[in-house]
Ligand binder design. Structure first.
Ligand code: HEM
Length: 512
């Protein structure tokens, strides 16, 4: 009897091996990539070649490939820098790639995957959040409802810079851009420009500076190739590369400011003290189908802050830097504003659609200087084949924003800042690109739901800066330094510029 059972089991085992062998043999190959070591894969090389994103791009160049597979632990990390292949992943096979990987940083940031951007499974909860974003938070009517808040911040921007011209002259463009984007989203989300007390000169007070600095830390550490994301058991022993401490500190500061405001507001609605909706926090609190818990509301509010924050400021800072370097481009942008808007009134949201050259400058900055090297990662839910390569279930997909935007097969002279390449007769220039020749807002199910708001804030900021002031190098700086930070894609040094008003004085002082 025992011999018979042994015999049957052996046959079953051999059949299993043969089927598996046949399946593997007839399977297409994995994308090219470094040969992984057993169990740890390329972990050691990855740790020795920080920052990882530069190492991945270098390897793709050396191997002359636009799709690469790097195994870390048992995860296949697939990086892509080709528009057609990226479309195959994010459009044709969108359904398979619409989840996000788990990671320590995204888990902590989203309070356990409670937000829309980081929630891992693209299931019912994520669908509900996306529906809320589309119909209640970022819909056309909602954005119209919040227009007065955006207008107030666009006017405040002009007044603030004007006052600073008197006292300083030389200004930090990055600080101005971050302050504006932060003010707009705080006003729309929390109903106030300041989370803290603010500063008498109209700038940020120490609380808002601390809040804003902490927001800036998060995107640099979410999905930043943290070793424990590939070997979760390492988290039991140590914060292996220090990311957890950094993320926890930053989140602690952000929550110290945001969460009491949210709790207090929920209580005011409960007590019947607040009865009229005035901002997005009120809208989230009053949702009924489904009603969100306080933790879920806190996760959505942080999502709004993070989503709006860095793309706009990074893009505008780079655009202005490139334009100061090429004064002819700057002149063309100024000329467009003078032609479309004139010098007797400030540019308004209704003008933005007509500012094709300004938008071309921004599109060019998104192409050449995306804020992050890769799109937010996606993860595959089943085995599949893309571009003739086998992509195993659970692979992490990283579409290279940098690689797409600098692909010489798509863009002539790709390193040159040339906004004219986006002008096509009278066709309206937009900041999105559905063909992924550049990746600004992404595409597909997990593509950005904030395209209209994000584009409006970005174009408005740029248009007000260019219309309202002249921007030149400070007297002691002979040329524009266009070097990138080694550890990320921000400009290595914040852009400093000598700023002077160029419109009649009353426009700066009488704006709403
Ligand atoms: C210039 C401004 C912006 C840019 C360039 C931008 C870009 C992006 C990109 C590249 C993604 C990832 C797409 C993907 O995974 O394939 C994304 C996702 C997202 N964005 Fe934006 N965004 C901007 C502004 C905003 C704003 C203003 C909001 C809302 C207030 C927003 C909300 C979101 C959300 C919630 C997601 C996650 C979507 C999901 O995972 O389902 N974004 N954005």
């Amino acid at each position: 009897m025992i011999i018979l059972i042994f015999f049957l089991l052996s046959i079953l085992f051999i059949t299993f091996l043969i089927t598996r062998y046949k399946r593997v043999k007839h399977r297409p190959p994995l994308p090219p990539g470094p040969k992984p070591l057993p169990y740890i894969g390329s972990l050691i090389t990855m740790l020795r070649n920080r920052p990882t994103f530069r190492w991945i791009h270098r390897m793709m160049d050396e191997m002359n490939t636009k799709i690469i597979c790097i195994r870390v632990g048992n995860v296949h990390v697939i990086a892509v820098s080709d528009a057609k292949i990226a479309c195959e992943f994010l459009k044709d096979k969108d359904e398979i790639f619409s989840s996000r990987p788990e990671s320590m940083s995204s888990y902590l940031t989203s309070k356990g995957y409670l937000d829309a951007a980081l929630v891992t499974t693209a299931g019912d909860y994520w669908k509900q959040l996306r529906r809320i974003l589309a119909t209640k938070i970022l819909s056309e009517s909602r954005l119209k409802w919040l227009k007065n808040k955006r207008d107030a911040e666009a006017d405040h921007l002009i007044r603030y810079i004007y006052k600073q011209c008197d006292t300083k002259g030389v200004m930090n463009v990055r600080s101005i851009a971050k302050q504006y984007t932060g003010n707009v989203i705080k006003n729309m989300a929390f109903g106030s420009r300041y989370i803290g007390k603010g500063n008498a000169d109209g700038g940020l007070g120490e609380e808002d500076i601390e809040h804003s600095n902490s927001l800036a830390v998060i995107p640099l550490h979410v999905f930043a190739f943290c070793a424990t994301d590939y070997f979760p058991w390492l988290r039991w022993r140590t914060d292996f590369d220090g990311h957890e401490r950094i993320i926890r500190n930053a989140l602690g500061i952000i929550r110290k400011y945001q969460d009491p405001l949210i709790d207090e507001r929920i209580q005011r609605w409960k007590d019947g003290v607040r009865t009229e909706e005035n901002d997005l926090l009120d809208v989230y609190i009053n949702l009924r189908n489904p009603r969100l818990t306080s933790d879920q509301i806190k996760a959505q509010m942080l999502d709004l802050m993070l989503a709006s924050f860095d793309n706009t400021s990074n893009c505008v800072e780079w655009a202005i830097a490139e334009m100061i370097k090429e004064p002819k481009i700057f002149e063309k942008a100024v000329h467009e504003l003078d032609l479309v808007v004139g010098k007797d009134r400030l540019v308004q949201e209704s003008d933005l659609v007509h500012l094709n050259y300004i938008k071309a400058c921004l599109r060019e900055a998104f192409r050449l200087h995306p804020v992050s090297p890769f799109n937010l990662p996606h993860v595959s839910s089943v085995d599949t084949v893309v571009a003739g390569y086998f992509i195993p279930k659970g692979s992490h997909l990283l579409v290279s924003r940098r690689g797409l935007g600098r692909d010489p097969e798509i863009w002539d002279d790709p390193l040159k800042f040339n906004p004219d390449r986006h002008i096509n007769g009278d066709n309206e220039v937009v900041l999105t690109d559905n063909n992924l020749h550049l990746l600004s807002f992404g595409t597909g199910r997990r593509g950005c739901p904030g395209v209209v708001l994000g584009s409006t804030i970005t174009v408005m900021l740029m248009a007000r800066l260019v219309q309202g002031f002249t921007w030149e190098l400070p007297p002691n700086e002979p040329h524009v330094d266009l070097n990138e930070n080694v550890r990320n894609l921000w400009k290595a040094k914040p852009l400093l510029a000598l700023v002077k008003p160029r419109l009649p004085q009353h426009l700066y002082t009488t704006s709403t």
